[in-house]
Design a protein around this ligand. Structure first.
Ligand code: GLN
Length: 453
């Protein structure tokens, strides 16, 4: 895989940092243990991974694709990083992303965009485009993403790979640089549902170092993937979300989705239409809640504690802070800090943030009602196939629309997965099927995903 990275990553730019020496040392440790006759610590021992550059690592930089963290090396490993190391999974390097995980195309990286291996003139999705492109171009067999509003699922959809956003709180956020803490969730990415399930079980689990970690047993997702692979969905109730099936989506995406629903029916599932009337406000609610949390979380980048510091020796502390943030943050990050600061300011708090939280509750209630009727919900993962690099950079609202189908799951704290659903007949580019399930029912995603793939 290191050879492959050397050969092709000049073209795709999936990696921000490649850690060849460390990866080979970790692989050699596994070889030694095998030679000594020790039982493998994990079924994935020795299988290398690409890690999104938002998880801390003590032996390589963590930049979140931002200039403000250029070259910064964390003093501790994220819990997820530790779990990978303990499982004997060599870390090949850190992958490109939208700066601080804000974006849907990886064009907001301060280090240049990643290209979609299916068509290098197009985006690989975002914010985890680097991880998805590394998988699609066979530079890594496994990858890690984070999903705050769709950053695992939408890149999976547009690169024909698999990605899961686990139930909120089931994968530790300790050492995951925060974007929006009430929404962020690390998760597994792979080229098959079973690979993704194996990785899911490695990274999940309660962590006392994360105050929002759920104290519950790891869901049996590997067993569910094996069961699903038999291709029998008899007895499973599937809901098609009416509000996530629209004429405004790309026609080829809707055609692929309708064919997917037919496949699920043929596999024995009972498919019904369900209505989640508040989903139409998910985008508006998310784009107030997320910037509000961002404006608070990113206050830590104050030029004093980490990374970049712009200081000509005559400036006051406040001037250093302002100059550093002006130089270190990109356009989209600044936009969201400003929106969030405005939404949280006194006099506007109730009108914006308070209102958005009420909508968030209504969306969770829509899900609860739907899950009284069905076991899983399905929709397209993204309304569009991957667009041309540069096409939407000047239109943030057009960019935000690509998150339409993925946001409700994050707002409710539930789980969801994207699996490849063929190509769109209007442009021949990959389409993803989104499968959603209630909190702590992640195994349902894997059963359905494995049956469908
Ligand atoms: N595209 C969404 C955003 O820009 C989701 C990002 C994410 O999941 N990290 O906020």
């Amino acid at each position: 895989h290191l050879d492959r990275i050397g050969e092709v990553d000049g073209e795709y730019h999936a990696f921000l940092h490649v850690a060849g020496e460390q990866a080979l040392a970790a692989a050699a440790d596994v070889d030694r243990a095998v030679a000594a006759g020790d039982a493998p610590v994990s079924p994935l021992a020795g299988v290398p991974i690409a890690l999104k550059d938002v998880f801390t690592t003590t032996d390589m930089p963590t930049t979140c694709a931002s200039k403000i963290l250029e070259g910064w090396v964390a003093p501790y490993d994220a819990t997820l990083t530790t779990k990978l190391r303990q499982a004997g999974i060599p870390i090949l390097g850190k992958t490109n992303m939208d700066e601080f995980a804000m974006g849907s195309s990886t064009e907001n990286s301060a280090y240049g965009p990643t290209r979609n291996p299916w068509d290098t003139s197009r985006i690989p999705g975002g914010s985890g485009g680097g991880s998805a492109a590394a998988l699609a171009s066979y530079q890594a067999p496994l990858a890690i993403g984070t999903d705050t509003g769709g950053s695992i699922r939408q890149p999976a959809a547009v690169t024909a790979t698999v990605g899961t956003k686990p139930t909120y709180g089931t994968v530790s956020r300790y050492g995951l640089v925060a974007c929006a803490s009430s929404l962020d969730q690390g998760g597994p990415c792979g080229r098959t549902v079973l690979d993704t399930a194996l990785l899911h079980e490695v990274i999940a689990g309660h962590d006392p170092r994360d105050s929002t970690s759920v104290d519950a047993a790891v869901r049996p997702v590997v067993e569910a993937a094996r069961q699903g692979a038999a291709g029998d969905l008899k007895g499973l109730r599937v809901g098609v979300v009416k509000e996530l099936h629209s004429d405004s989506y790309q026609p080829g995406v809707i055609a692929s989705f309708d064919a997917a629903v037919e496949t699920l029916t043929k596999l024995g599932a009972e498919v019904v239409e369900v209505s989640c009337p508040h989903f139409e406000y998910a985008l508006a609610s998310y784009y107030l809640i997320l910037p509000s949390e961002v404006s608070s979380n990113l206050a830590r980048f104050d030029a004093m504690r980490y990374g970049l510091r712009v200081d000509d020796g005559t400036m006051s502390a406040e001037q250093v802070m302002a100059a550093t943030r002006a130089a270190g943050f990109g356009k989209e990050v600044k936009r969201r800090i400003m929106i969030g600061t405005y939404a949280l300011s006194s006099g506007y708090y109730d009108a914006y943030y308070g209102q958005a939280l009420k909508v968030r509750s209504l969306i969770a209630q829509d899900f609860d009602k739907a899950y009284e009727q069905v076991d899983v919900l399905v929709s397209p993962t993204s309304p569009f196939t991957p667009w041309k690099i540069g096409e939407k950079v000047d239109d943030p609202l057009a960019m935000y629309l690509s998150d339409l189908c993925t946001l409700p799951t994050n707002l409710a704290g539930h789980c969801a997965m994207s699996v490849p659903s063929g190509v769109s007949d209007d442009d021949g580019l990959p389409v993803g099927l989104q499968i959603m399930a209630p909190a702590l029912a992640d195994e349902r995603l894997y059963r359905v995903g494995a049956a469908f793939e």
